[in-house]
Design a protein around this ligand. Structure first.
Ligand SMILES: [Zn+2]
Length: 63
């Protein structure tokens, strides 16, 4: 029995709406076959405490 990580998939982060979300399936290989036991997911922006989102800038044109 061994644990493997599936291929990484990129996607849109549901929190910050940036295309920085990466998910990865956790696969458990057993004698019976392969079972998906879960999925890891993280966002490069939301889950990186060293690089927080910059404050949202609102540019007002013409003012
Ligand atoms: Zn995010």
């Amino acid at each position: 029995m061994s644990l493997h990580a599936g291929h990484l998939q990129s996607g849109w982060c549901p929190a910050c709406k940036a295309y920085t979300y990466v998910s990865c399936a956790l696969l458990l290989l057993t004698e019976q076959g392969v079972a998906t036991i879960g999925e890891l997911g993280w966002c490069e922006i939301c889950d990186d405490p060293d690089d927080p989102l910059p404050p949202r800038r609102i540019d007002r044109a013409g003012s």
